[in-house]
Design a protein around this ligand. Sequence first.
Ligand SMILES: [Zn+2]
Length: 184
Amino acid sequence: MCNAFNKKFIDEAAKAAENSNHNYIQGNTDHAHFMGEAIKLAIQGVKNNDGGPFGCVIVKNGKIIGKGNNKVTSTNDPSAHAEITAIREACKNLDTFQLDGCTLYTSCEPCPMCLGAIYWARPDKVFYASDKKDAAKIGFDDEFIYNELEIDLSERKIPFKQISRDASLKAFKIWDEKDDKMEY
Ligand SMILES: [Zn+2]
């Protein structure tokens, strides 16, 4: 991503965050306030060289219980997207693996990985600000992953080949027959 884009994004995001706060002060909605917090995290993350320009907060009963920004490049973790980071923090704080009663605010429409994580975590609702087309314009194009979902496994860019199914099914059998398992 080139610096001109970077600068433009930061300026626009800062303006958006200011507007969000302005709306909040005027008493419009808490949603704009919490989205403003997510956008602030996105901007701070870029300034800190944490990773991409994405931020997320998770709210329960009017309080932020988890927050995160993209830390892919600073932590060498390709899964350290803002939403995943926030979900991990929220679940740790709540001491649970489910986000019942929570609302997730993400500065950009979630990628397929985060979409999956959100569904597994089961918050009540998701708000997003910029969308995947906006992200694609600055070099974060996840459209190819959505496309991969549609095609045959053998035709994927990363080849998927099935082996050792019977051996693997033993783990399923043990789970299936376990009386004291914690279902989720
Ligand atoms: Zn993501």
